[in-house]
Design a protein around this ligand. Structure first.
Ligand SMILES: CC(=O)c1cc(-c2ccccn2)c2ncccn12
Length: 121
């Protein structure tokens, strides 16, 4: 992929690793740690066309798949939205996804991101 001016791959990776850690730590029940299987969630792979989980996001960080924070944010929101699509609203999974989504949006708002960037130098 052509190098984007100003976005240093190593700096982005450090930033994403930090963000990933902040978000993953909030998933205390580890509901979002690994891909959801059809064994634990019947019909999941039919209903959810684009699955996402923290382990997959970590692999994408490590393989340099993300070229921007926006792409990382998109996967995070996808992961939460999937859970709020498959699970109905009174389940623990839906509620955990809703909470996690709000934590994530706060953690990745503009000011916090710019403070995080400057702290990483
Ligand atoms: C994230 C999600 O939708 C999910 C995670 C899990 C899950 C994740 C780890 C251990 C047990 N369950 C789950 N189980 C049934 C239905 C949905 N889920």
């Amino acid at each position: 992929r052509p190098k984007r001016p100003g976005v240093d791959a190593a700096a982005l990776r450090t930033l994403l690793d930090t963000l990933w850690g902040t978000l993953e730590r909030k998933d205390v029940n580890r509901f979002f740690a690994w891909p959801v299987t059809d064994v634990i969630a019947p019909g999941y792979s039919i209903i959810i066309r684009s699955p996402m989980d923290f382990r997959t996001m970590k692999k994408k960080i490590e393989s340099g798949d993300y070229v921007s924070v926006a792409e990382f944010k998109t996967d995070f929101k996808l992961m939460c939205d999937n859970a709020m699509t498959y699970n109905n609203s009174e389940t623990i999974y839906y509620k955990a996804a809703k909470t996690l989504l709000h934590v994530g949006i706060k953690a990745m708002n503009k000011d916090r991101l710019s403070r995080l960037c400057s702290s990483l130098g």
